[in-house]
Design a protein around this ligand. Structure first.
Ligand code: SAH
Ligand code: SF4
Ligand code: F3S
Length: 440
């Protein structure tokens, strides 16, 4: 048998790309590839890219440039670009960077094995179709190898919302949900391989409407089915849209013990004028009332958000409305970005905010969000939480895991193994994590 070929994958962007990278590695595993941690000894390099902001997209070209020397030394090295930049700029990548052999969009990566074979013969291959067939079904079954205690599982892809700033509807296509039985099978398989916590993924995961035995199912119904999987201890989902937050999902947060008290619910801005121009189809008030209802169902839930500052035509008063909304919600975590103009999106044509002004707003928003994040984290001190251990800590006897609220928790003198769940009393709160002690 010949020596295995080595595959180096670098992943940018969201969790869906993390999941896709795993599946691509598995698909190429069937062609004799094993993963390597360094590009230097790779036979194939794949960049799984993100197009969401300009900086993310430009990174791809600088990263590719760095492989020039390697390719010169090793003419058999194949270089591929996957993900959302591949989808958006496939032709341009091929033109701008001749060392690229292969470009594959997020909907066609089940065709990677054939593409790899063609690339090996010296062909340049590009596939950015949105094929009819279900790529997940076309992929080989996931190998039975043991794996860590947490996993991502994509249940829904694409987006029909067309927020005026966003490329996702163009790079990932229309909303599609996977049938429930396939998701349940994959979840069962992950659990057999050691997984204890599954995060269900979708660009609009709560718009899930996959086929079930009695018609389409909601995300809450799917969660209740997963709740029955023995050995699966925790369920999370991301990213949800405020307009798809149905009653049964809110209720599940109060009644389903395996569903964790954490919700990423991006609002983007606090001014109704800006929300309207963003095409978000909700107001600040409707978002705040929604948060109220969710907290009524699960009072201790940790709320996470995404924000954009400096969206075209955002005034200081509009920005103030964002700060006011943040003050009212009190976020446990949040991600905030300066608006980035994306070619082909409606907002790209509109009057832009002065970049210095946008920088200043971003700093002010981040200061407030960091303060809130810290306050929420500090409020955990003295409380008892459940921790799922994910790895050994830096000190002997120390273990690190995540609480139900997704805070990192360090536990000293810990005799538990990776994959164990334990009750932990939180003793102190540090810069980015908590420290605690086992209770029993
Ligand atoms: N589907 C998710 C978010 C996907 S993109 C949702 O609807 O919430 C992740 C985040 O990137 C967005 O929530 C938004 O805050 C940010 N983002 C998207 N496009 C952007 C742009 N053009 N400039 C700056 N931030 C952007
Ligand atoms: Fe982008 Fe809006 Fe769709 Fe989220 S809901 S992926 S921000 S278009
Ligand atoms: Fe980026 Fe595509 Fe995800 S643009 S955020 S990798 S869906």
């Amino acid at each position: 048998m010949s020596a295995p070929k080595k595959l180096f994958i670098k992943t940018y962007g969201c969790q869906m790309n993390v999941y896709d990278s795993e599946r691509m590695a598995e698909a190429l595993g069937g062609e004799g590839y094993v993963e390597t941690k360094s590009p230097d000894d790779a036979d194939m390099i794949l960049l799984n890219t993100c197009h969401i902001r300009e900086k993310a997209a430009e990174k791809v070209y600088s990263e590719l440039g760095r492989f020039k020397g390697l390719k010169a030394e090793k003419p058999d090295l194949k270089i591929g670009v996957a993900g959302c930049v591949a989808q958006a700029e496939g032709q341009e990548i091929m033109r701008r960077q001749p060392l690229v052999d292969l470009v594959v969009g997020p909907q066609s990566y089940h065709r990677l094995p054939e593409m790899e074979a063609k690339a090996r013969e010296g062909e340049k291959v590009l596939d950015t179709d949105f094929p009819e067939e279900d790529k997940f079904e076309k992929l080989k079954n996931r190998p039975k190898a043991k794996r860590g205690p947490t996993a991502f599982l994509t249940v829904q892809e694409g987006c029909d919302k067309f927020c005026a700033f966003c490329v996702v509807p163009y790079t990932r296509g229309a909303e599609v949900s996977r049938p429930a039985d396939r998701i349940l099978r994959e979840a069962q398989d992950l659990v057999e391989r050691g997984v204890r916590e599954i995060t269900l993924l979708g660009q609009n995961v709560n718009a899930y409407h996959g086929a079930g035995p009695n018609g389409d199912m909601t995300l809450a119904q799917l969660i209740w089915e997963l709740d029955k999987v023995d050995g699966l201890e925790r369920i999370r989902f991301t990213t949800s849209h405020p307009n798809d937050m149905q009653d049964d999902l809110i209720e599940a947060h109060g009644t389903c013990a395996k569903l964790m008290p954490y919700l990423h619910l991006p609002v983007q801005a606090g001014s109704d004028k800006i929300l309207k121009r963003m095409n978000r189809a909700h107001t600040a008030e409707s978002y705040l009332r929604l948060i109220e209802r969710i907290r009524a169902a699960r009072p201790d839930i940790l709320i996470s958000g995404d924000f954009i500052v400096g969206f075209p035509e955002e005034t200081e008063a509009d920005f103030q409305a964002t700060l006011d909304l943040v003050e009212e919600v009190k976020y446990g975590t949040a991600y905030s970005f300066k608006y980035s103009t994306r070619p082909g999106t409606p907002a790209a044509e509109r009057p832009q905010v002065d970049p210095k002004e946008a920088d200043d707003r971003l700093q002010r928003l981040q200061a407030l969000l960091t303060k809130q994040q810290r306050e929420v984290q500090d409020s955990m001190v003295g409380r008892d939480v459940t921790v799922l251990f994910e790895k050994a800590g830096r000190f002997p006897g120390q273990m690190v895991g995540k609480s139900d609220y997704l805070h990192a928790v360090h536990v000293a003198d810990c005799d538990r193994a990776i994959g164990d769940l334990a009750r932990v009393r939180i003793l102190s709160s540090g810069a980015n994590s908590l420290a605690g002690a086992l209770i029993d």
